[in-house]
Design a protein around this ligand. Structure first.
Ligand code: GUN
Length: 286
């Protein structure tokens, strides 16, 4: 029997609709519109698509977005100066530097320069530390989207007694999602490229998160029957079609599966909007 798809596109739509209503109500009281500044350095093709989608989503819900396109030759100092300007700009509540950055730019130094109170990506060490310690801060959007998708699956609100396996250990997805699962009382295993016998781990997962970026990495034989599988991969197959890390055959084994496209991708954008609106709210209170 085929498992049920977790419709990230529909869930993202409902989050965006809710944000639209919140912003319309706030605007009626004279509140300023939340502002998001997006910095895109260089001409990475995938990044251009992601950024276009983020800017479009902002307009739909009533967030004012500014896209700053900078050439690939932009120096570290120039980029840092732009970030500092945005940190000081009271109309900007969220700053997003699209990754990856071109060679020669130090990602960690750029992330460290963003005001943590405007770090709607949740990549700054202050926000990463807040997640680790269970303190308030901004959660990274993709893993947060995974958790919201998990919320829609019956019995997955508490993960006590459940085994969650994360494949991938990136700062953007693997590590933060592992912490979020742990905060929900799951027993968490993090696997990566150096893990021997990956299938032995994945086969014991009640919740499996695949976040490696390798098409077809997770096959049906690697999944426990009845598992919940969240596919965070964004890859192109040999025909150039968008696909995740999870093979199509997994749908025959898993009870719930997030599709690619239409799963985690739209949720990332919805949670970015959520963080931007939340940042504007916190700045208004400050
Ligand atoms: N590149 C891939 N995913 C992301 C993301 O969520 N935020 C940023 N800034 N860059 C990315």
């Amino acid at each position: 029997m085929a498992g049920q798809l977790i419709d990230g596109a529909a869930l993202a739509r409902s989050i965006r609709e809710q944000l639209t209503q919140t912003l319309a109500a706030a605007a009626a009281t004279g509140a300023a519109r939340p502002g998001l500044a997006v910095l895109l350095v260089g001409d990475d093709a995938a990044s251009q698509v992601y950024v276009r989608n983020k800017v479009k989503a902002c307009a739909e819900v009533g967030v004012a977005s500014t896209l700053l396109r900078l050439p690939a030759q932009t120096s570290q100092d120039e980029l840092l100066a732009r970030v500092h300007e945005l940190n000081q700009d009271p109309t900007v509540h969220g700053i997003l530097v699209q990754l990856p950055l071109p060679p020669g730019l130090d990602e960690s130094r750029i992330m460290a320069a963003i005001d943590p109170a405007k770090d709607v990506d949740g990549f700054h060490a202050v926000n990463a530390g807040a997640l680790l310690l269970g303190q308030p801060g901004f959660w990274p959007c993709t893993p947060h989207g995974c958790m919201r998708m998990l919320d829609t699956v019956p019995g997955m609100q508490s993960l006590r007694g459940k085994h969650a396996v994360v494949v991938g250990r990136s700062h953007i997805v693997g590590k933060p999602v592992a912490l979020m699962l742990l905060a929900r009382d799951a027993t968490v295993t993090v696997c990566h490229s150096g893990t021997p016998d990956l299938a032995a781990h994945t086969r014991t997962a009640d919740v499996l998160v695949a976040a490696v970026g390798r098409a077809g990495l997770i096959t049906a034989g690697m999944v426990k029957p009845g598992a919940v599988v969240l596919d965070v991969g964004i890859n192109r197959d040999s025909q150039g079609k968008l696909c995740g890390d999870v093979a199509a055959s997994v749908a025959q084994v898993a009870a719930y599966l997030s599709p690619v496209p239409g799963g985690v991708g739209p949720m990332t954008i919805a949670l970015l909007l959520h963080n931007t609106v939340e940042s504007a709210r916190r700045h208004a209170l400050a």
